[in-house]
Design a protein around this ligand. Sequence first.
Ligand code: CP3
Length: 390
Amino acid sequence: MSKSVGASRSAVLRRNAFKPIAVGMSRAPAVVSNATPASAGTVEPLMVRAARGEKVERAPCWMMRQAGRYQKSYRELAKKHPSFRERSETTELIVEISLQPWNSFKPDGVILFSDILTPLPGIGVNFDIDDNKGPIIDTPIRTLEQVKQLHAMDFSKVDFVGRALTQLRSEVNNQAAVLGFVGSPWTLATYLIEGGSTSLYKTIKTMCFSAPEVLDALLTKLADAMAEYIKYQIRAGAQCVQIFDSWGGQLPPREWEKWSGPYLKRIIASVKAEYPTVPLTLYANGSGGLLERLATTGADVIGIDWTTDMADARRRIPATQSVQGNVDPAILFASHDAIEDAVRDCLRKAGGQRHILNLGHGVLVGTPEEGVAHMFDLSKRLTYADVAQH
Ligand SMILES: Cc1c2[nH]c(c1CCC(=O)O)Cc1[nH]c(c(CCC(=O)O)c1C)Cc1[nH]c(c(CCC(=O)O)c1C)Cc1[nH]c(c(C)c1CCC(=O)O)C2
């Protein structure tokens, strides 16, 4: 199935073209060119300050998959716009969906509604997303010839992302951080090589041994494309960017050192060379065996999944880096008391600073919105002073 957005949309999008915003090497607040300029004294969002290790009063909170099917407003919008690609590739819809959780819960981070596969047409790969089956790649990539055909990022294929980020910055107006994201080379390659979601990773893991040069060529191209895509998101308005190495935990740690770590380091070094003060977060699912290794990539914030105790994570990650996470997403189905107990435990174990409160993975489909609202309420009430006392 090809995407269902036509020429008239491109005309609308061209009219709303975004101008890159000035993101300095300094810590001065970035200003969206076509939004009300932030005054000289504007304090940067709590989440940006916590990510950088500045002393803050409470842990900022946002949730992965903050926008999505658990929300009634999203399900209703999705009925009118049933194609995921239309929802995630039309500026006005991206902005509207990204703002749905902002309007309901006022989180400390507003993540762009998009997908890790969204930039793929920019390097010459077409894909579709089935709401139930997930991503489907038109032609899986398995040969060097195919890798050679991939080209450098063509940003005209993702201009809706830049425009949406710029509009979000002006809507949110520094009351929360606007968050961009990308998939890691390894995680993107699992889709490109397997052709879609997989539970076994058989083809790509076989290639680690049978065709290492093909895999290296693909991962290098993806690393360079994602580094440029992160910089593009920063210029458009993203104030923090998260790299999802979601399936990095599927690799034995020594293979991760070969097939994920080096490409993450390549991305982070490239972005840091241009934007040293924009916080970068790295998240891997099932990362208990990888934490020290994740920290060596140079990411400012390490996302922790819920299978690691936060106190252990805090011990294993250098004190110069921040942690994010890691409340079990399933707790949001439970009582208010159970949610409060889990949130307090997480806040206490994260150690009082350099912590961004989040789930250990994304909000689950079917989660009661009330549970989500309760966790956000708690995050605002439970200051570090309060947590230390009780
Ligand atoms: C189902 C699926 C999609 N895309 C993908 C899947 C998973 C399939 C698998 O298990 O292999 C691939 C994907 N997309 C995203 C990730 C990384 C985050 C993660 O580990 O979940 C991964 C691994 C980011 C995302 N993908 C999406 C966001 C939205 C931003 C947010 O609110 O967090 C992010 C960060 C949105 C998305 N992406 C998709 C849908 C249907 C939605 C809408 C929201 C929903 O219904 O849950 C399609």
